[in-house]
Design a protein around this ligand. Structure first.
Ligand code: ZN
Length: 251
């Protein structure tokens, strides 16, 4: 984990999330004396239906796990355009976290989004290391570069934060995250496994059955869901140009 040093305490700060859009935030004078916040993204404006930009894209990544109220083959497109699907996801997020439900991402929402984020760009309840290939290769050796894998994992984490919350905030165990090509082969994964790109995880939630976890995944924007005896495999195959772009719910 690396925290960028604050280069200038009086003007503005710039923090960069690997692979994600950076936003420069002018910091209000009142916050200058506080220690660096434990988050990596600076929200600079209220976002609402009709807005567009990199910050909308970032918002979409973070509410992507709130894609539907009931099992639906739908997802929040990460396209930087704040439309009805994004607004609905924001509303569900707000409801789930006890915020004012207005479909607008203002100060209260920003605070909650920051709470959910760790300073290294991971999320509150997940660490990048949990998603590393178990052969020791980190995010390398897959079918896309390590930086792409890391960004894909970051997006996956936000969906899993939603799944975890739907599961009563019980611990969510990552049995398998990203896999290098060689590790995937060694565990018998299919040759085009979504694990090779960092867009899949095999998960279990404490005190929740596989069927319950599947039901959470079905409202969290996952286009691939596979049932196993002791865990569930969610992935985002339809959002990525990796060759498996059909809905696949084998549940
Ligand atoms: Zn899997």
């Amino acid at each position: 984990m690396t925290l960028e040093p604050a280069a200038n305490h009086t003007v503005s700060r710039r923090r960069v999330i690997s692979g994600a859009a950076a936003v420069v935030g002018a910091v209000a004078a009142g916050s200058l004396i506080t220690a660096p916040a434990a988050h990596a993204y600076d929200w600079t404006r209220t976002l609402r239906n009709g807005d567009s930009g990199d910050d909308v894209r970032e918002l979409q990544i973070r509410v992507a796990g709130w894609a539907a109220d009931s099992a639906s083959r739908t997802y929040v497109a990460v396209d930087g355009q704040f439309g009805p699907a994004t607004e609905s996801a924001v509303r569900r997020f707000q409801s789930a976290y006890g915020l004012t439900v207005n479909g607008v991402a203002g100060a209260e929402m920003h605070t909650q989004l920051n709470w959910l984020e760790s300073s290294d760009g991971s999320t509150r309840h997940f660490a990048f290391s949990e998603f590393h290939s178990k052969d020791g290769s980190g995010f390398s050796g897959g079918k896309v570069g390590a930086s792409t894998v890391k960004e894909n994992v970051r997006r996956l984490m936000y969906k899993l934060e939603a799944v975890r919350r739907k599961g009563g905030n019980n611990p969510c165990i990552i049995n398998s995250g990203f896999r290098s090509v060689s590790h995937n082969a060694s565990v018998g994964g299919t040759s085009n496994s979504q694990h090779l790109y960092g867009i899949a995880a095999d998960i279990a939630i404490a005190n929740r059955s596989v069927s319950q976890v599947i039901s959470y995944c079905q409202t969290s924007g996952f286009s691939g869901i596979i049932r196993y005896s002791t865990h569930t495999h969610p992935d985002s195959r339809i959002e990525y140009p990796y060759g498996a772009q059909s809905w696949w719910w084998d549940i």
